[in-house]
Design a protein around this ligand. Sequence first.
Ligand code: NAD
Length: 392
Amino acid sequence: MIIQPKVRGFICTNAHPQGCAANVREQIEYIKSQPAVEGGPKNVLVVGASTGYGLASRITSAFGCGANTLGVFFEKPPTEKRTGSAGYYNSAAFEDEAHKAGLYAKSINGDAFSDEIKAQAIDMIKQDLGKIDLVIYSLASPRRTDPKTGELYSSVLKPIGESYTAKNLNTDKLEISDISVDPANEEEIAATVKVMGGEDWELWMQALGEAGVLTDDCKTVAYTYIGEKLTWPIYGHATIGKAKEDLDRAAKAISDSGNASANVAVLKALVTQSSSAIPVMPLYISLVYKVMKEEGTHEGCIEQLYRLYTEGLYTDTPRLDNVNRFRMDDKELRAETQAKIEKLWPEVTEENLFQLTDYKGYSDDFLKLFGFGVNGVDYAAETSPVVEADFK
Ligand code: NAD
């Protein structure tokens, strides 16, 4: 088939196998161009390993540290008639490249929130790796089934306390208008914490600890975003921010349990399949790209992850804040950078969107997440969507 992007609202419903593979190779090349991570991990479990920050963590572990990796994700395999999801193609390409480099790389495609997938991962670690010394927790999901009760929880992206009206870019129609979001009720806040909070991270670490598959010096990290004034009402101080606060509680509980040394890492705002779904974020990220590219401080997932390993996880002098979080959002949150973004924010209109913001960069990166618009890929060519992969 000829595979062209099918964008519906803030998602793209198909993906290009060769484009996704090229993206993975580009990230691998970036990591190989950097000095190796000194004292890095040997055996790594990445939960949420197929796209965005989790994929970049897996690539940094394998190609920056020479680590064996076990990846867990939830992705759609292709059929003769339908493409697979981007994360499926990314992971198939990652495994190919890792195997070519002589590195162990296996993956489990299933619901990471379930007890079954945790047990399967533990069996594979016991059988293949013995113990692991780094667990990356990089899940982003709109819903979670509680493994103990079977109840399904859905997260919401809403403010807390009062409704919030803000400028929003409709990326489908390129229209800018105010959107108003009503505040979440208590039940919605609790459900969001249940999905995106620290409970499942704790359950993973507890299961791995009880199974005896963690090294004595094992580290674990989960990712968060904090942001600044412009995004606080819809992110930092909203339902998702409440869920993310719960990661701080979980990090302390995991460290106290003795299973691993746990930290939260604060990463910068970037376009991923998850962030494109959050109101206000596409316009904010387009401004971040504009200002940070002009400053020469722009970074993608892979650059952020390399810094997390070298300036956070594997250094004697990590940059931690007062609640023990690694701060990789330092460049985005610089006062000068935020001041420039805040000045531009009210000035952006549909007419000057491409001049005042880097919406072009945002939109190119969005399509790239699905393997489209990648240099060297022939999108007019007849392409089979089927890519074999040996995921469990
Ligand atoms: P993403 O959508 O690119 O990745 C999500 C990953 O989770 C994928 O590998 C997906 O397969 C996996 N996943 C989802 N549900 C699953 C399930 N039930 N079982 C197994 N795997 C499942 O998202 P991302 O933006 O890379 O987000 C990863 C983490 O980074 C999140 O905690 C997010 O809050 C955080 N973060 C993101 C940003 C940003 O701007 N994108 C900034 C800072 C922090």
